[in-house]
Design a protein around this ligand. Structure first.
Ligand code: ATP
Ligand code: MG
Length: 205
């Protein structure tokens, strides 16, 4: 039988408990066999600031998921030289997976509502089911505006509302406010050790 694989894409700058909860609830509620976190390489949509090096974001994602059963991390987008497009990543998973797999692409509601700006987004329903988890500040009603082909493959997963974002975590580090219990302990230590997020963010030209 095909292995049900959840793909959790994101910038993960840094990874936080909102991401982990989204992945775990999707796994549990949809009976997925495994979750693969895929930190983005050069995200086409994050044009407002310079993002942290891929290797640091990859390392934090590894630290957050180390020892968690059924969770793993992929380097595919980090290693790709071209910008990361979800369709390419999904095709690669389908082609290169050792066993037959059925893909479930997991996003928060905010990300999914922007799906019409993604490269070749109408191809997505041919590659995967789309899973969207609830996120504070984004109304489920917004999904009605998406094309029928997208809505057909959509699965809504309600999760405990966790009003945290990487943006907020970066701001907290910069301002010297704590991030304990918002990110896994090892991620908190990594941020401290590597002195991440201490400087004002650099706008991307
Ligand atoms: P940033 O503030 O830098 O955009 P973020 O917290 O939104 O960071 P991303 O890496 O952009 O994190 O998000 C990766 C995925 O996780 C997206 O699909 C996003 O919608 C989802 N996500 C992030 N935080 C939450 C949360 N608190 N609850 C539900 N989904 C979330
Ligand atoms: Mg985001």
């Amino acid at each position: 039988m095909a292995e049900k694989t959840g793909i959790m894409g994101g910038t993960f700058d840094p990874i936080h408990y909102g991401h982990l909860l989204a992945a775990e609830e999707s796994r549990r509620q949809l009976g997925l066999d495994r979750i693969v976190f895929v930190p983005a390489g050069t995200p086409p949509h994050k044009t407002d600031r310079l993002i942290t090096r891929g290797e640091d974001r990859y390392a934090m994602t590894l630290l957050a998921t180390a020892g968690v059963r059924d969770f793993s991390v992929s380097r595919t987008e980090i290693d790709r030289k071209r910008p990361s497009h979800t369709v390419d990543t999904l095709r690669e998973f389908l082609e290169q997976s050792a066993r037959p797999c059925e893909l479930f692409f997991i996003t928060g509601l905010d990300a999914l509502l922007g799906i019409e700006t993604w490269a070749d987004f109408m191809q997505l329903p041919t590659l995967c089911s789309l899973v969207t988890v609830t996120r504070p500040g984004y109304a489920v009603a917004g999904l009605q505006t998406l094309p029928e082909a997208i809505r057909r493959v959509l699965k809504l997963v309600e999760i405990p509302q966790f009003a945290i974002s990487s943006t907020e975590i970066r701001a907290r580090v910069r301002d010297g406010r704590g991030i304990r219990f918002l990110v896994p302990h090892l991620v908190e230590q990594y941020i401290e050790h590597r002195e991440l997020y201490r400087e004002p963010e650099v706008p991307r030209i």
